[in-house]
Design a binder for this molecule. Structure first.
Ligand code: ZN
Length: 270
């Protein structure tokens, strides 16, 4: 049963990964992403159902368009596999999860899966165009609200805790805004984008106060590592560095492990 659901989560992860990648590309290019079929970016050939199967179609077609023979960017298959892996991570967390009631765990799993989709989308658009779209952030906030209601209705959370979550999002957003204003003054240039600050606020709501605090530290570490790797791989890259993916990845890591990290951190302090 567990394996059956694991396979299901992997397949859904591949399909959603494919969908999110296309959505990101359409957002960046300003195309309508609700209607309109997927096309080959080179010849405009509309993709048939078979060509839309994640990973498999890429392997069958040997990474080329069936129509014009143009190479398909590795970006497609990479994003499908990465999102499937992220989905499996959440699933493992669900299986080996906390001692919470099973309905609460299921609700949190679904909520975090959708949030991970938002984080993935944010990372893709930020990497490509240094842009984090408000629509995606809003979707993340709405997702929290919907599942907060579900948790309250099933008596797995109360208004007080939801209020605390909202406060921690507000707090981390305010702290990061202040920090970025100070940094701007010191460096005499824009240090952090408004999208980054909103992303901190969004994740702060999901992670709570301890998690939000860890998010700030982990994001700085991940950001430095990403910047270092980028420096080595593409020395000629522009100075514009996307901080969004580092924040998003840190947020995802904390979704999986916040309680362990907090426990470990407290054990050092006390
Ligand atoms: Zn083509």
């Amino acid at each position: 049963m567990l394996i059956y659901f694991g396979v299901l989560v992997t397949i859904l992860g591949l399909v959603f990964g494919s969908f999110l990648n296309c959505t990101a590309m359409r957002l960046v290019r300003g195309e309508d992403f609700v209607r309109g079929r997927s096309r080959c970016p080179n010849c405009g050939h509309e993709l048939t159902a078979i060509e839309l199967i994640p990973v498999l179609s890429f392997l069958i077609q040997k990474g080329k368009c069936r129509h014009c023979g143009e190479k398909i960017s590795a970006r497609y298959i990479v994003s499908e596999i990465v999102f499937a892996a992220l989905s499996l991570g959440l699933y493992f967390k669900l299986i080996f999860g906390s001692g919470d009631a099973i309905d609460a765990q299921m609700i949190v799993f679904l909520r975090n899966w959708i949030l991970t989709g938002c984080l993935f989308l944010i990372s893709l658009t930020d990497l490509e165009s240094q842009e984090i779209y408000n629509g995606v952030l809003l979707f993340g906030f709405a997702n929290f609200a919907v599942f907060a209601v579900a948790l309250i209705v099933t008596k797995n959370a109360d208004i007080y805790h939801v209020g605390l979550s909202l406060l921690s999002g507000l707090a981390v957003g305010a702290v990061m805004l202040l920090l970025s204003l100070i940094m701007d003054k010191i460096l005499n240039k824009d240090s952090m984008g408004g999208g980054d600050i909103k992303l901190f606020a969004l994740l702060g709501i999901y992670l709570g106060f301890a998690g939000a605090y860890e998010l700030v530290i982990l994001s700085c570490i991940t950001g430095l590592i990403f910047a270092g790797i980028r420096r080595i791989l593409i020395p000629e890259a522009s100075k514009e560095f996307s901080f969004g993916p580092a924040i998003a990845l840190s947020g995802y890591i904390l979704l999986l492990s916040e309680e362990y990290i907090t426990g470990w951190y407290l054990s050092i302090l006390l």
